[in-house]
Design a protein around this ligand. Structure first.
Ligand SMILES: Nc1ncnc2c1ncn2[C@@H]1O[C@H](COP(=O)(O)OP(=O)(O)OP(=O)(O)O)[C@@H](O)[C@H]1O
Length: 274
């Protein structure tokens, strides 16, 4: 159900100064039910923002909306350009999404799958160039996946596959990365490796990252800001120390936790009720 009229995102804004993502009063209804109910979100260029919140809060829906996978009307702009006005190829050069459980095409090799990330640069009916292949091999190398390049994607373990999904998004060369629980299938070593790599790429190439995560300590360690979503609404938005509080987590997750200071942000430890 739409809320009271508020101005949509600015159009014609200067792409140099406009935020990488601007969401104003976003409403999404799915299957007749309101899923996002007036979400506002601004992410500056080069910033890493992670959306947290309980199951069903609307985190994936928000990422899908920002990635252009749901109709959003005038509510979303990327670098000052309204999302609705961007053609799919142009949009794919700007924003790359790693979904929670991407489809695994039958019989496709890791190399061919990661090469799909170069689609926005390959002319219709054309073939990939040597430059496209070079990008793909560099990404496979950085994600420690070179040894898998000829393997069928479906035969990889869950964690190996998750790194391939990220590789495809990185090969896309977009400046905005949308990562929906990018480390949920990874062991603790690969979690750190992948998140450090994303952070390094962010610093080297000025990428903007909008992610979702359930591990609150890791979310707080990597993000500049956390956005807490509950029942399709933003209920907190700020630095990790302001959002990861025992009170907010008790209210919105119904969780009993201790929050203790860490070197790179608060650490959230679940504790059993008495
Ligand atoms: N196509 C759909 N039709 C009806 N309801 C849907 C549809 N897609 C999602 N939903 C509902 O929207 C709500 C939000 O889903 P979403 O996947 O965005 O939540 P989430 O915060 O990412 O959850 P999780 O942490 O469990 O991944 C859920 O209640 C879900 O059942």
């Amino acid at each position: 159900m739409p809320g009271p009229a508020r101005p949509a995102v600015a159009t014609g804004a200067n792409p140099v100064t406009a935020p990488a993502i601007e969401v104003r009063d976003l409403h999404v209804t799915l299957g007749g039910a309101p899923i996002l109910a007036g979400v506002d979100l601004t992410v500056s260029t080069g910033e890493w923002v992670t959306v947290i919140g309980p199951n069903g809060a609307g985190k994936s829906t928000l990422l899908r909306a920002v990635g252009g996978l749901l109709p959003t009307g005038p509510a979303v702009a990327l670098s000052g350009t309204p999302l609705w006005s961007m053609r799919p190829r142009a949009r794919a050069r700007v924003v790359a999404t790693v979904a929670q459980s991407p489809a695994v095409p039958a019989g496709m090799s890791v190399l061919d799958y990661v090469l799909l990330g170069r689609t926005p640069y390959i002319p219709p009916l054309g073939r990939e160039s040597a430059a496209d292949l070079a990008v793909v091999h560099e990404v496979l190398d950085r994600l420690d996946l070179s040894a898998f390049h000829g393997r069928e994607l479906a035969t990889l373990s869950g964690g190996e596959r998750q790194r391939v999904f990220l590789a495809r998004a990185l090969a896309q060369g977009a400046t905005l990365l949308l990562l929906d629980e990018p480390t949920s299938a990874l062991d603790i070593g690969h979690q750190q490796e992948v998140l450090e790599l994303v952070d390094q790429l962010r610093r080297e190439h000025g990428l903007t990252v909008l992610a979702t995560m359930h591990d609150l300590s890791i979310a707080g360690e990597y993000a500049d800001r956390l956005v807490l979503l509950a029942d399709g609404r933003v209920v907190a938005d700020g630095p990790p120390a302001e959002v990861l509080t025992e009170d907010l987590l008790a209210t919105h997750y119904r969780a009993r936790v201790r929050v203790i200071p860490g070197d790179h942000g608060p650490l959230v430890v679940p504790v059993r009720p008495h």
